[in-house]
Design a protein around this ligand. Structure first.
Ligand SMILES: Cc1cc2nc3c(=O)[nH]c(=O)nc-3n(C[C@H](O)[C@H](O)[C@H](O)COP(=O)(O)OP(=O)(O)OC[C@H]3O[C@@H](n4cnc5c(N)ncnc54)[C@H](O)[C@@H]3O)c2cc1C
Length: 452
């Protein structure tokens, strides 16, 4: 094995990884296809290009992304350090001057002794793998040639090109005076059972779904607001292909007032506990993490603006106070089926020389991508030095993200940092601020223990 590590992709994850490797005294070859070739969203020849919003989100510890950034600062993240140095006024958020940010990252890497930057599109990973450890960090717009290679290595069906995700809700914030657990037709099967037994069974959470029944009036108010809610404008390159496999809930709703009631909101097989009758419509939520603290809205892939998702979906009875841990998105996004392919160090289970990092692993967002680049690099360094792996504690945001993308699940969708992926506290704390502060304190303590 050669004494260098290859990083493919000079974006946010790849640059962080390259910096960490070089800083550890190991040579790194960083491949970046720009300016030879640009994705449809990249335009600047510098590394670590910020393709859209210039915000790295909140700096507060009571914000999940704020906590993640703090953890990255503790681990000496080059990108967060440069983001701090190139910040522009944005209240509690960390927003950067994108030009200066990318320029500074590029210069820092160019000036590092152990870094060799190769401006070339990689189309053959197998060849690089024969030479040593490779970290693939080519992002949500990985070039087609390389995507084909990745599909070959991981299995074609394990690579997605579009992210059409429904919102994810924290279970604790759902109103169970209205919502109930139950699988479709379970109730009808158990018609003769004592209602009380049945209710107990449902509250005992034996069923896979949480159901939110609606009467006619509730449904009509919801539908009216849904069809006139504001949507996100897609990029030209996304418009044509994105809806082929999956229709957004608002597009389906616009087809007619009852379309949803014959689709994802069909009420058959349920009884509304409030009335003892079949509801007019039912929204179903499916468990999203092993712990059962997060639920996704079945069939609610959406392109509504985030604020509109909160406004309109909170009209669904039972979701009045819902905490949206992730909003629905529909966009171009190349990502692998990490739960089947990777472990919590972002290493491929079946090809130990291969790591993935960044958005391609199913973490979502700038800071999340940086965090996975950090973890993959730390572990690639350990591997080259024949030292044990570092799996970050699940109580840290870095560890929780790594755990999320590497834990088997039925429908894997990319995930951003949020408090719902951290293990729950033993005590129930109603006040969100106090709760998130406590979770953040635990995360920082756990990370300190890893560092020292
Ligand atoms: C249009 C769009 C808008 C987004 N907006 C936001 C936002 O506002 N906020 C947010 O938090 N997240 C956003 N994201 C999501 C995500 O956080 C960013 O895409 C982030 O840049 C991902 O980091 P990365 O390192 O995984 O990939 P990137 O930063 O995209 O880096 C990948 C690099 O790999 C290079 N590359 C690709 N293929 C090859 C190859 N074969 N050989 C060599 N180099 C290659 C690319 O040129 C690129 O420089 C957006 C994504 C997209 C696509």
């Amino acid at each position: 094995m050669k004494e260098y590590i290859t990083v493919i992709g000079g974006g946010l994850a790849g640059c962080e990884a390259a910096y960490q490797i070089a800083k550890a005294g190991i040579k790194v070859k960083l491949y970046e296809m720009k300016p030879e070739k640009y994705s449809k969203a990249h335009t600047n020849q510098n590394l670590a290009e910020i393709v859209c919003s210039n915000s790295f989100k909140s700096n507060l510890h009571t914000n999940a992304c704020g906590l993640l950034k703090e953890e990255l600062r503790m681990l000496d993240s080059m990108l967060i350090k440069i983001a701090d140095e190139t910040s522009v006024p944005a209240g509690q958020a960390l927003a950067v001057d994108r030009e200066i940010f990318s320029e500074k990252v590029t210069k820092t890497l160019e000036n590092m002794e152990n870094v060799e930057i190769i401006r070339q599109e990689v189309t053959n990973i197998e060849k690089l793998l024969q030479e040593g450890i490779v970290i693939v960090a080519t992002g949500p717009l990985t070039s087609d040639n390389l995507s084909k290679q990745i599909a070959k290595l991981t299995g074609k069906e394990k690579l997605s090109f579009y992210d059409a995700a429904a919102p994810i809700i924290e279970k604790e914030s759902i109103n169970f005076d209205i919502a109930f657990f139950g699988n479709r037709y379970d109730q009808e099967r158990g018609k003769d059972e004592e209602l009380e037994n049945w209710k107990q069974r449902l509250q005992g959470q034996e069923a896979s779904y949480i159901n939110l029944p609606m009467n006619k009036e509730e449904y009509e108010i919801f539908w009216q607001e849904l069809i006139k809610a504001e949507i996100v404008e897609l990029h030209e390159f996304e418009k044509k292909e994105i809806f082929e496999g999956c229709m957004p809930i608002e597009v389906m709703a616009k087809r007619g007032q009852d379309t949803l009631r014959f689709g994802p909101l069909k009420p058959v097989g349920f009884t509304d506990l409030r009335t003892g009758k079949r509801p007019y419509a039912v929204v179903q939520l499916r468990q999203d993490n092993q712990e059962g603290s997060l639920y996704n809205m079945v069939g609610f892939q959406t392109n509504l603006k985030f604020g509109e998702q909160k406004r309109v979906f909170s009209l669904i009875p039972g979701l009045e106070q819902a905490e949206f841990m992730k909003y629905g998105v529909m966009h171009r996004n190349t990502f692998i089926n990490s739960p089947e392919l990777l472990d919590a160090t972002y290493q491929m289970k079946e090809i130990p020389n291969l790591y993935f990092a960044g958005q391609i692993t199913g973490v979502e967002g700038y800071v999340e991508s940086i965090s996975s680049g950090m973890v993959a690099a730390i572990n690639a360094i350990k591997q080259i030095k024949n030292m044990p792996k570092v799996v970050f504690p699940k109580e840290t945001m870095i560890g929780a993200l790594a755990d999320y993308i590497s834990t088997p699940k039925e429908n894997f969708e990319p995930m951003n940092a949020n408090f719902g992926i951290l293990p729950s506290l033993l005590e129930k704390i109603k006040d969100k601020k106090i709760k998130y502060n406590k979770l953040a304190d635990i995360a920082i303590q756990k990370l300190k223990a890893v560092i020292h």
